[in-house]
Design a protein around this ligand. Structure first.
Ligand SMILES: [Zn+2]
Length: 223
């Protein structure tokens, strides 16, 4: 049968296959979901639910709504991984070894896994294991991004609280001359210069005026 002239003519060449793949990639939907973002989305779906994940990462939601089969497939596995309470001890033996194999997957396997493997059909099991490692790495990147974002917003909140007009940070036992009123946070009492306890009070907050201290919830010392 292989000697038949028609069969010879329709057999695709390697160049032809490459051109076809390139054409399919150019026609396909643009891939807006980068490494880690899908993992972050999966973590949000697992922890807070689909609706909140869609609201927080609308780009990913839109991309999935466009029907990207690769991301839909990866997302299903990522959510399953995110919902697994202990990722270091899953039931299957390939992942049971824990941290060292996953590190080696990051060092060597993850980039190779992105390339087409000519022996993929012969070794379906290692390919699946590489895919699982790649998915888990994406999830870990997503979790790291989420933690970073929470950290940054906490720093921003602390900075805003510290830079309130009328309030300043103390230096040891002293308040700056521009904000001489000492606030004691444990009692929520403020002391004005000349007050009986002013000198011995170690301030946690310093205020420009009594009104600023009262706006922050402090009351005046009676002495
Ligand atoms: Zn996609």
């Amino acid at each position: 049968v292989t000697d038949h002239p028609d069969h010879q003519r329709i057999r695709p060449t390697r160049e032809g296959q490459a051109r076809l793949l390139a054409a399919i990639e150019m026609v396909g939907p643009p891939h807006v979901v980068d490494s880690g973002t899908l993992g972050e989305y999966a973590e949000l779906v697992a922890v807070r639910g689909r609706a909140e994940a869609d609201a927080l990462l609308p780009d990913v939601a839109a991309h999935l709504a466009d029907g990207c089969a690769t991301c839909a497939d990866d997302l299903r596995d990522l959510i399953a991984l995110a919902e697994t309470p202990d990722t270091s001890a899953p039931p299957e033996p390939p992942l049971a070894a824990g941290a060292p194999p996953s590190r080696s997957a990051v060092d060597s396997g993850i980039h190779a896994a992105d390339l087409p493997d000519p022996h993929a059909a012969e070794s379906a099991e290692p390919a699946r294991r590489q895919r699982r490692h790649r998915l888990r790495d994406r999830l870990l990147i997503g979790v790291a991004i989420a933690i970073l974002l929470v950290g940054l917003s906490l720093i921003a909140l602390a900075y805003r609280a510290g830079s309130q007009p009328g309030r300043a940070a103390p230096a040891g036992m002293n308040c700056p001359a521009s904000h001489p009123i000492k606030g004691n946070r444990s009692s929520m009492i403020y002391h004005q210069p000349g007050g009986e306890f002013y000198a011995q009070t170690r301030p946690e907050d310093c205020f420009a005026s009594p009104a600023d201290a009262e706006a922050a919830g402090y009351r005046a010392s009676l002495r």
